[in-house]
Design a protein around this ligand. Structure first.
Ligand code: UD1
Ligand code: UDP
Length: 368
C-alpha cells in the first residue's frame, strides 16, 4: 500500500512521527504483501530550523521525499500554491491513500488535491470543532472532514461532532496520536534534555507560555493584554518562560510591545518542550497540542482563547479558558482548582497502531 503523507507545520511533524514510527514497526514484522510504503511530502509551510528540521532529526521522522518549499503567505496564496504542487505530485505518484493531519493550510491543500483526483484521504485528528468560524483552522478541519474517507477521531466528542454533521461512514475512535508521542518521548526527554540547566530554571518555580494563534497575534489589543498579564505576573509572582513562535515575535516587534520581565526564548525542540511542560507550575497557551500536553503532564493550564476544541481538559478541571482578558488571566492563577485526572480521555497511547490497522483493512477491501 502506497501512502503519501502531507505535512508542513510543527504540530504535524510531531503527530506524524508517531505514525511513521508505527509504520516502520509494522513493516519490520509483516509479510511483503502487507508492507506500507510511506512517502512524506513537506509543504514547507514551516521552514525555520527550529520550526521544522529540528523535529525531523530529534524524532527520527523519515526524510521527506520532497519539500515543496511553499513558505509563508496569505491563506489563499499559501493554500493555492500547495494545491497546485500537490496535485502534480499525486498525479505522478498515484498513491493508494493520502494521509493528512490536523487543521492547517497544509491539511486542507493535501485533502483538496486528493479528493479532486478521487484518491482516498485519511484524516488524523478528525472531528475537532471550536464552533468559531473566524478561525482558519475551523474551515480547514470542516472541509477536510467532509471529503475524507477514513476519519481518525481522538475523542468521543469529536465523533459526536461528526455525527451532527451527518458523517458516520469511515469514522474510527482511535485516541490521540499526540498521546502516543508523549508516552514514547517523555522518558527520552528526561534522559536527553538539558533545557532546565541551560535556562537555569528550578522545577515548579516558573510558568511556561506559548502564543501563536491568529486570533491573538492579529489583534493588537488581545496580544497587548496577554503580554501585560505575563509581564505583571513575571514581575510580581512567578518567572515566565516563553518559547516564542516566529509569528508572535514579529508582531511584538511591529507593535513595539515592551517585554522586560518575561523570558523570551527561541522555539525549543519537542523533548525540551516536554521537559519544560512537566516542570512548570502552570502553562499559559493558545496552542491546541500544548493544552493536552499540560493535561498529560498534570500541570494546570490557562488557555488564552475564548473556546477550545479540547473540551475534556476543561471539563476535567485541568484547563481554564481565560481568553485574552487581563483580569481572567491574573485571577486564574489564584482560583485554579486542581481536579482528579483520568489519563484515558485521549485513548490508550496506541492511536498510531489503530490507524495502521484501519489503513490495512481498507487496503484489503480494495484488493478484493
Ligand atoms: C499554523 C497553522 C495553525 C497551527 C500552527 C502551528 C494555518 C492556517 N495555521 O499557524 O493552525 O496551530 O501553524 O504552529 O495553517 N513563520 C516564520 N517561520 C516559520 C514559519 C512561520 O517566520 O518557519 C512566520 C511567518 O511570518 C508567517 C507566520 O509565521 O507568515 C505564520 O505562519 P503560518 O504557517 O502561516 O501560520 P502559523 O501561525 O504558524
Ligand atoms: N512545541 C515544541 N516547541 C515549542 C513549542 C511547541 O516542540 O517551542 C510542540 C508542543 O510540545 C506540541 C506542538 O509543538 O507538541 C504544538 O504545536 P503548536 O503549538 O505550534 O500548534 P497547535 O498544536 O496549536 O496547532
Amino acid at each position: 500500500m502506497k501512502i503519501i503523507t502531507i505535512i508542513g507545520a510543527r504540530p504535524q511533524f510531531i503527530k506524524s512521527a508517531a505514525v511513521s514510527r508505527a509504520i516502520k514497526q509494522h513493516n519490520a514484522l509483516s509479510s511483503h504483501s502487507d508492507t506500507l510504503e510511506e512517502a512524506i511530502v513537506h509543504t514547507g509551510q514551516h521552514y525555520d530550523q527550529k520550526m521544522s528540521d529540528i523535529f525531523f532529526k530529534e524524532l527520527e521522522i523519515p526524510e521527506p521525499a520532497i519539500n515543496l518549499n511553499i513558505g509563508s503567505g496569505s491563506h489563499g496564496f499559501q493554500t493555492g500554491q500547495m494545491l497546485i504542487r500537490i496535485e502534480a505530485l499525486l498525479l505522478s505518484e498515484k498513491p493508494d491513500i493520502v494521509l493528512v493531519y490536523g487543521d492547517t493550510n497544509s491539511t486542507l491543500a493535501g485533502a483538496l488535491a486528493a479528493v479532486k483526483l478521487h484518491l482516498p484521504i485519511a484524516h488524523v485528528e478528525s472531528g475537532l470543532r471550536s464552533f468559531n468560524k473566524r478561525m482558519p483552522e475551523e474551515h480547514n478541519r470542516i472541509v477536510t472532514d467532509h471529503i475524507s474517507t477514513l476519519l481518525f477521531c481522538p475523542t468521543k466528542t469529536s465523533i459526536e461532532n461528526l455525527t451532527r454533521e451527518g458523517i458516520s461512514e469511515g469514522v474510527h475512535l482511535v485516541g490521540d496520536v499526540m498521546f502516543d508521542s508523549v508516552l514514547y518521548n517523555f522518558e527520552l526527554a528526561q534522559k536527553k534534555s538539558a533545557i532546565l540547566d541551560r535556562l537555569s530554571l528550578i522545577p515548579k518555580t516558573y510558568a511556561l507560555a506559548t502564543i501563536h494563534r491568529a486570533e491573538n497575534t492579529d489583534h493588537a489589543e488581545r496580544l497587548k493584554k496577554i503580554i501585560q498579564a505575563f509581564e505583571d505576573t513575571a514581575k510580581s509572582k512567578i518567572q515566565i518562560v516563553i518559547p516564542m513562535h516566529p509569528r508572535t515575535r514579529k508582531r511584538i516587534a511591529e507593535l513595539n510591545i515592551d517585554v522586560k520581565y518575561s523570558m523570551i526564548i527561541e522555539p525549543v525542540s519537542y523533548l525540551d518542550m516536554l521537559l519544560l511542560e512537566k516542570h512548570a507550575s502552570f502553562i499559559f497557551t493558545d496552542s491546541g497540542g500544548v493544552q493536552k500536553e499540560a493535561y498529560w503532564a498534570k500541570v494546570p493550564c490557562i488557555t488564552l482563547r475564548d473556546e477550545t476544541e479540547w473540551v475534556e481538559t476543561v471539563a476535567s478541571g485541568w484547563n481554564f479558558l481565560a481568553g485574552a482578558d487581563y483580569g481572567s488571566i491574573i485571577a486564574s492563577l489564584e482560583n485554579r482548582t486542581v481536579a482528579k485526572q483520568s489519563t484515558s480521555l485521549y485513548g490508550n497511547g496506541n492511536a498510531s497502531q489503530l490507524i495502521i490497522r484501519e489503513l490495512l483493512r481498507m487496503n484489503g477491501k480494495a484488493a478484493l
